[in-house]
Design a protein around this ligand. Structure first.
Ligand SMILES: Nc1ncnc2c1ncn2[C@@H]1O[C@H](COP(=O)(O)OP(=O)(O)OP(=O)(O)O)[C@@H](O)[C@H]1O
Ligand SMILES: [Mg+2]
Length: 373
């Protein structure tokens, strides 16, 4: 084990944030998804203490907050200067890794990016050894990791296979060959050094489109037919038999192998975390408060026209309900639904204004959404 160098030693244990504190900070940006936020917070608390921390794989339908959670961690670390020694983080698409792997430099791209990031943080005058030391203790967030599945339909996905292998060489590897970049100086630039990446924390995320259906099929009509039992539901005084299928109850490692993630790759993750479908209340919250929400953008636009946009709570609930009906889009459906509600008003902001305000109520929402297209 190599001793941490003084320049990058973690802050004293008592100064470190607790998982609860981290979770509270992340929850300012991530609505719901408590399980994922908790797992991430514990992993981060260990990581910040300089302890080994298992890698995390997040799985969740599109638009449920995977990238949002990654960004929240990024923002959290960036806004706490005392955590700086452990805040060297890169976020990249898994596809990029595949491309780099195809050029025959598996792993190097990730280390290279971490090194660049460390240089940004510590300044270009910092000796390359110190930068490397920092880079090797960084965080690597790989988004869209389902895009590097090993097969698509019946065809092998060569770029995906290569990218998974590239990641394998990076995770838990104490000796990765790495060619120092030219800026490392006349003597060091171009030299190949050995890098220990075993302290990196990896967080991967993907929507794994189709996984839900394939697991559902497995337990209803496929090899484990009959495993999913019906439950008796009472609905408005009526008794019905229903299948209560939750992916988290049934997802097994084999399902991810079948999906195209290799056993070796999966074995490098300590936790597989499933994100939940968003509830109507959570969608309402995201709609009103997410910094990039369509509502906020639209409200800002109306302000430039001297109009104050307001939605009644019932109108917001209607919009969230309509969005919920398109589960494959997650919170992204809010944008599409709201577009239909607001587009005519945006064209003529002044048309229905009373006392400088445009108030949209449930009736207007229903009218806009009921009208088709
Ligand atoms: N749990 C959440 N909390 C806050 N905002 C969310 C949440 N889920 C989704 N959003 C909003 O929806 C948008 C899409 O979410 P995000 O990018 O996190 O989805 P994703 O899970 O990464 O989906 P994909 O698999 O398609 O990449 C974000 O811009 C964000 O505003
Ligand atoms: Mg995403």
């Amino acid at each position: 084990m190599s001793e941490p160098q003084t320049g990058t030693a973690p802050p004293p244990a008592t100064d470190l944030p607790s998982p609860r504190q981290i979770a509270a900070a992340l929850a300012e940006r991530v609505v719901g998804q408590e399980t994922a936020v908790r797992e991430m917070s514990v992993a981060l608390a260990k990581y910040l203490a300089g302890l080994p921390s298992g890698n995390i794989l997040m799985i969740g339908a599109s638009g449920t907050g995977k990238t949002t959670l990654m960004r929240a961690v990024e923002a959290y670390l960036a806004s706490h200067p005392r955590l700086e020694a452990r805040s060297t983080l890169v976020r990249m698409h898994a596809n990029v890794l595949g491309e780099e792997a195809a050029r025959g430099r598996p792993g190097e791209a990730v280390i290279g990016r971490l090194l660049d990031r460390a240089r940004e943080q510590l300044g270009p005058e910092t000796p390359v050894e110190e930068l490397l030391d920092r880079a090797c203790r960084g965080l690597v967030f790989i988004d869209e990791v389902d895009k590097i599945r090993s097969q698509i339909g019946d065809r092998p996905n060569v770029a995906g296979i290569r990218a998974q292998e590239a990641l394998l060489t990076l995770i838990e590897n104490e000796s990765i060959p790495f060619e120092l970049p030219d800026w490392a100086g006349d003597e060091a630039g171009g030299e190949t050094v050995r890098v220990d990446s075993s302290q990196l924390l990896f967080v991967c995320a993907g929507a794994f489109e189709g996984l839900y259906d394939s697991v559902y099929d497995r337990v209803t009509i496929g090899r484990d037919r009959g495993a999913l039992k019906t439950v008796t539901a009472f609905d408005d005084g009526e008794v019905r038999e229903e299948l209560d299928f939750q992916l988290r109850d049934w997802l097994a490692a084999e399902d991810l192998f079948d999906y195209g993630m290799s056993p070796q790759f999966l074995s490098r993750f300590e936790a597989v975390v499933l994100l939940e479908p968003l509830t109507v209340e959570e969608l309402m919250h995201i709609f009103m408060d997410a910094p990039d929400s369509a509502y906020r953008t639209s409200r800002a636009y109306f302000e430039t026209r001297g109009v104050r946009l307001a939605l009644s709570p019932a109108a917001v609930r209607s919009i969230a309900r309509a969005a919920k009906e398109q589960p494959r889009l997650g919170a992204r459906a809010l944008r599409e639904v709201f577009r239909r509600v607001v587009r005519d008003y945006e064209f003529e902001p002044e048309s229905t204004v009373q006392d400088g305000a445009l108030v949209i109520d449930e009736a207007e929402v229903e009218k806009a959404l009921g009208g088709g297209d």
